[in-house]
Ligand binder design. Structure first.
Ligand SMILES: [Mg+2]
Length: 375
């Protein structure tokens, strides 16, 4: 059996960096605390193209913490759109190491306040720390995170499967690969939108959600595009205009019947009030919010403004996706397919059946590291 070049490339960079730091446990004779950071290359099954860029792989950063024999995992997916890089994220996590190692992980609210204060700016590093700590707390309490939060695992939504920008031939192939998913998310925002929609509609009549990733620059152009898309069975539009164009987006909202969802325009809870009149909903991503604690706050504040909620992701392994899935019973729409777009997921966790997210009953995030593929 041949080994694909992608897989080989992916495996060759599975080298951990940053060592395991060991300090005395928190007054527990058996307690040994470890904190390690590693960078791993996630290989995309298809070249991933959206309005602003294109890539074949994604370098994400993983945090592994351990105390009392219990392990917690977290993941950071640095994104150039937000000025992040794997190097910068690793640096940030190394700064967090001393106070995380010394902290009481059961008091994760105070610990979060500390990294928000001392490591300002790198939301994906915050997300990795927040996931790792909550995964550990779930392990310590022997409870899945969704149970700690009082959520019903039967209420997880269907996730869309995303189709990146591509040639009509590849798009038809991707639609076929997504046959188990009842709703698709289509990326547009370049100059071939009509060609992409035609290729998708040629292959399926499923409901579609469309993401322009700030690709349209003019409100009249966006209005024409959205009216045309709605006629093609598109049920919502994500970030049609650049995040700074709030007034223009409000103008659009008055003229179209399908919901407009903010993505690049919203990162944390503080962004929500000024978006409430311009958008019908927000796309929350752990990598933008800085983790689950902030994502939960955002859900409640957005509800107070009568906004709909999508839970989205970057290209992430099953660590990040399983973390987001824990709070998915609280949202209207899920776009949690990052782990399904890669060919070498180092972890297993949340499952998916005919598009619906399936939470398992393991503690914390419910993730485990897969044995590394031998070459
Ligand atoms: Mg988006």
């Amino acid at each position: 059996m041949g080994i694909s070049r992608r897989r080989l490339l992916g495996a060759s960079v599975l080298t951990g960096i940053g060592g395991a730091g060991v300090v005395a446990g928190q007054g527990n004779a058996t307690g040994v605390t470890r904190f390690s950071v590693s960078r791993r290359r996630l290989m995309l099954t298809h070249t991933w193209t959206i309005a602003r860029n294109s890539s074949d792989y994604k370098d994400n950063v993983f945090v592994r913490i351990e105390r009392d024999g219990i392990v917690g995992w977290g993941e950071a997916a640095p994104n150039v759109r937000y000025g992040q890089s794997a190097e910068g994220t690793i640096e940030m996590l190394e700064k967090a190491r001393p106070f995380v190692q010394a902290g009481d992980w059961l008091q994760y609210v105070d610990l979060r306040a500390r990294w928000e204060r001392e490591l300002a700016g790198d939301s994906c590093a915050h997300a990795a720390l927040d996931m790792a700590i909550l995964d550990w707390v779930g392990g310590k309490l022997r409870t899945p995170l969704y149970r700690m939060l009082g959520l019903d695992p039967a209420k997880t939504p269907v996730t869309t499967f995303s189709i990146g920008i591509d040639t009509p031939e590849v798009i038809r192939q991707k639609v076929e690969e997504a046959k188990d998913f009842p709703v698709l998310k289509i990326k547009v925002g370049r100059d071939n939108d009509a060609e992409i929609l035609a290729a998708v509609r040629d292959a399926t009549d499923k409901p579609l959600r469309v993401d322009a990733n700030e690709g349209w620059r003019d409100k009249q152009q966006a209005l024409d595009k959205i009216q045309w898309l709605a006629a093609q069975g598109v049920e919502l539009i994500e970030q049609p205009l650049p995040s700074s164009m709030i007034e223009e987006t409000a103008w659009l909202k008055e003229r179209i019947d399908i919901p407009i969802v903010a993505d690049e325009a919203v990162k944390t809870v503080g962004d929500i009030p000024r978006l409430a009149g311009a958008y019908d909903g927000i796309n929350i991503k752990l990598m933008k919010s800085g983790g689950l604690q902030e994502a939960i706050r955002m859900i409640h504040v957005a509800r107070a403004f009568d906004m709909k909620i999508m839970l989205g992701c970057m290209i992430e392994s099953s660590v990040g996706i399983s973390a987001a899935a824990q709070i998915s019973p609280l949202v209207d729409w899920a776009d949690l397919d990052g782990n399904l777009l890669i060919s070498n997921d180092p972890f297993s966790g949340v499952g998916v059946r005919q598009g619906r997210l399936i939470l398992n009953d393991r503690p914390g995030l419910g993730v485990s590291e897969r044995p590394q593929t031998s070459l």
